[in-house]
Each structure stands twice: as structure tokens, then as C-alpha cells.
Design a binder for this molecule. Structure first.
Ligand SMILES: Cc1cc2nc3c(=O)[nH]c(=O)nc-3n(C[C@H](O)[C@H](O)[C@H](O)COP(=O)(O)OP(=O)(O)OC[C@H]3O[C@@H](n4cnc5c(N)ncnc54)[C@H](O)[C@@H]3O)c2cc1C
Length: 382
């Protein structure tokens, strides 16, 4: 690493940020991740590390993503360090946590289980969480789960304080309070057109991602080096078409067999090992939703160029392609201020009277923990 081209970008960038103080001007309420990182660490660091990180988490363009929404601790560090971000990061790290919520989560022995864990998964996939939630909720006498029936409209008569939710199949649900966990765009589609939740949802776009799972048969040579995988940064602005073509819209690749080997069950320790990788394509690049752009030849060509294995890649035993349209919201610059304004409107509006709350990836953070945390805090003022 020390002599690699990444280190040649990283080391001077960190030194520069350590020695430099660049307070954010008072009138600047938010910046893109790219602008922010460029100011502290330099443009090349922002392009390589910043854009790649954003590709991996948001499948978005770091030049559009809000740093305050996506990486609030970096913004805080800049404020705390009075413009010296490295000092701010160190001060934040040394500051004792005063998060009272830590004490009130019912965590069981989860904190011990998660010690030293950087990645976790579930044998049967992420659906394990929602299935467990459902099972628990179904035991409660005051909970009814209606599945397979979307909300078609959310209304309230002027003379009545009760909301009326009509579903696609014609069911009517009366509610004194409503928590919306659907996207703001979807919510806007079901509320009265005269009272839109927000007129600025168009500023928050979404990313579409193609996820490709590939399983290679056991080989006598390693298909990839050990590790979690890799992320692909934004090409240089003066990139030749060849550089773009080389990656063909790849955002990153996860080495699943290495990152989460516990997912793979074998008869015994001597059983030949398969190699699983997951490619993610699309996001700010063209969405590769036609068959040609995700053909086996094309995908293996990209992987071979990236991984440069000692022998040609074998024919995969399985390739699964999933096109996920509009699957991750992109909180663009100014997102926090826009959401604060929407929440304020909902609180003050005579129509909503503070009885409709909004949560979810497009509101308070895209990660699963962010979504859980939002659910936990919702309705605290009711
Ligand atoms: C490829 C990919 C990888 C990811 N990896 C990770 C990861 O490793 N770690 C992590 O923390 N996060 C990850 N995320 C992000 C995370 O999974 C999502 O941001 C999060 O699950 C969003 O939760 P949500 O409840 O806000 O939205 P959703 O899960 O989209 O739920 C919204 C629900 O509302 C329903 N709905 C919509 N309209 C209506 C209507 N009118 N009536 C009733 N229901 C309606 C939808 O059907 C949907 O079920 C990943 C996302 C993607 C796409």
C-alpha cells in the first residue's frame, strides 16, 4: 500500500488536511461530498476515494450527494476542528459518547456478539429482519398487518380529525395518526393534490442499480485476492472512452466467499470451494438493463480486466442478474434543510396537524440501521 498509487494520493491528502484549516463559511449550509473532500483533501483524493465510497454506499455521483446528509460526522468534524478536519475527527473520537439512546435499546447480548464484526449477514438474506419483525408484531393484539394491498389514497374530511386510507382493493382504514414509510414521491401520489407533502421531491433523485451474483466453480488458482472486494472510482474528467468502457458502468464488486464465508455451507473442510462475487453496475453510469450489457461475456470481460487472474476465468456455474430501478434515494445538496422544512410544514399544517410523520431511506438515511432508528423515534411527540 505504502508505495501503491493509492498511497501516493492518500498520504499527501491526509498531510495536507492535517496542516490546513479551512473553516466552512457561515453562509454555506451544505456542500456536495466532492466539493467538501476536495477542499480538505484535494481533488484527486475526492475523485478516487470519495467517488468510490459514494458508489459503494449510494450508487450515486459524489458531486451531487449532500455531505451533511450522507456523512454528517465529517461535517461535524470540520465545525468542531474549526476548519481543520483531522483535528475535528480526533476530537470527535476522543469525545465521550453522550447518546442516551445507547442505554435504552433492548440489545440482549448483541453488543458482545458484534464485537470486532465489520460485516454481517443472514443465512437466509436480509428478509430475515422483516420476517422476524412480522412474527413479533403478529403476536400483539393491537397490530394488524395488511399485506399485498397498497395504499391508494390518504385523505381527511375538513370536518373530521380522522384520516381515511383507501387501499387498492377498496379497503378503508381510519387512523388518528399515520406514519409513512413509503418514498416521498409515492406519498405525494396518494395525498390530495392540493396539499402535496413536498414540491421539491424532484431534487432528490434515486439511483438504479444492476446487481449480478456470479458463482465460479472450484479452481486451482485464486480468482481474486483476499479481501472484501473493491470499488471503482469515477473516471477522470478527461478519461478516454476506453477507460469508461473498461469498467462498463461497474460501481464495485464484493468478494462474497471471502467477506462472508459463513454463508457457504460445505459437506466438510476438505470440500472444494466455490467462489462467489457480486458485481454492482449502474448508479450514475448508464443503467445496464438490456441483456447485451450484462451478457456473460461482457461481465467476465470486465472481471478479467479488473482481477487479472493468473489463468482465464472459468465458466460460472450460476449468474443471476437483478435490475433494481430507483432503489436507493440520493440525498442531494440541501437535503437536510428540505426535509426539515417538510417536517415543519406537516407539524404546522392545519390539514396534517402533526399527525402524519415521515420516515424511510429518502428521509433520514439510507442504511437499514438509519431506517430502524427513524422508526424508533417516530411519534415521540404524539
Ligand atoms: C443493492 C442494495 C444494497 C444495499 N446494501 C445495504 C447494506 O449493505 N447495508 C445497509 O444498511 N443498507 C443497504 N441498502 C439500503 C437499504 O436496504 C435501504 O435503503 C432500506 O432497506 C430502505 O428501507 P425503507 O423502509 O426506507 O424502504 P423500502 O424497503 O423500499 O420500503 C418501502 C416499502 O413501501 C412499499 N410501498 C410503496 N408504496 C406503497 C403504497 N402506496 N402502499 C403501501 N406500501 C407501499 C414498498 O413496496 C416497500 O415495501 C442497500 C440497498 C440496495 C438497493
Amino acid at each position: 500500500m505504502a508505495s501503491s498509487s493509492l498511497a501516493r494520493t492518500l498520504v499527501p491528502a491526509v498531510l495536507r488536511a492535517t496542516l490546513r484549516s479551512r473553516p466552512i463559511p457561515d453562509e454555506v449550509a451544505d456542500q456536495s461530498v466532492d466539493t467538501f473532500l476536495s477542499a480538505y483533501f484535494g481533488a484527486e483524493f475526492a475523485r478516487t476515494f470519495g467517488s468510490a465510497l459514494v458508489h459503494g454506499i449510494y450508487a450515486a455521483d459524489s458531486r451531487q450527494l449532500s455531505v451533511r446528509a450522507a456523512f454528517p460526522s465529517l461535517w461535524d468534524a470540520s465545525i468542531r476542528g474549526k476548519g481543520n478536519i483531522v483535528r475535528g475527527i480526533v476530537q470527535n473520537a476522543l469525545r465521550p459518547s453522550n447518546n442516551l439512546d445507547d442505554k435504552t435499546y433492548e440489545m440482549g447480548n448483541m453488543m458482545d456478539k458484534m464485537k470486532g464484526v465489520s460485516v454481517y449477514s443472514f443465512q437466509d438474506g436480509m428478509e430475515t429482519i422483516t420476517r422476524a419483525l412480522r412474527q413479533d408484531l403478529e403476536k400483539r393484539h393491537n397490530v394488524e398487518i395488511i399485506a399485498g394491498d397498497a395504499a391508494a389514497s390518504l385523505r381527511r374530511d375538513a370536518s373530521d380529525t380522522t384520516f381515511k386510507i383507501d387501499t387498492v382493493t377498496g379497503r378503508r382504514i381510519d387512523a388518528s395518526h399515520v406514519v409513512s414509510a413509503i418514498s416521498l414521491k409515492a406519498l405525494n401520489n396518494i395525498v390530495p393534490p392540493s396539499i402535496p407533502i413536498t414540491s421539491t421531491t424532484s431534487q432528490n433523485s434515486t439511483s438504479s442499480v444492476t446487481v449480478v451474483n456470479i458463482v465460479f466453480p472450484p479452481t486451482s488458482f485464486p480468482i481474486h485476492p483476499p479481501g472484501f472486494g473493491y470499488l471503482v472510482p469515477r473516471p477522470r474528467s478527461n478519461a478516454l472512452d476506453a477507460e469508461l468502457e473498461d469498467h462498463a458502468g461497474t460501481l464495485g464488486v464484493v468478494f462474497d466467499s471471502c467477506a462472508l464465508p459463513q454463508q457457504d455451507l460445505y459437506a466438510n473442510a476438505a470440500s472444494p470451494r466455490f467462489t462467489k462475487v457480486t458485481m454492482m453496475l449502474g448508479g450514475p453510469h448508464a443503467f445496464p438493463h438490456n441483456a447485451e450489457s450484462v451478457s456473460e461475456d461482457k461481465l467476465l470481460g470486465i472481471l478479467s480486466r479488473h482481477l487479472a487472474p493468473s489463468q482465464p476465468l472459468p465458466k460460472p456455474v450460476l449468474i443471476r442478474v437483478h435490475h433494481l430501478t430507483g432503489c436507493i434515494p440520493t440525498p442531494t445538496v440541501g437535503h437536510l434543510q428540505r426535509i426539515a422544512a417538510v417536517k415543519n410544514d406537516l407539524k404546522k399544517s392545519e390539514f396534517w396537524r402533526g399527525n402524519l410523520e415521515i420516515v424511510g431511506a429518502g428521509v433520514g438515511g439510507v442504511s437499514v440501521p438509519d431506517c430502524i432508528e427513524q422508526g424508533r423515534h417516530v411519534g415521540l411527540n404524539w
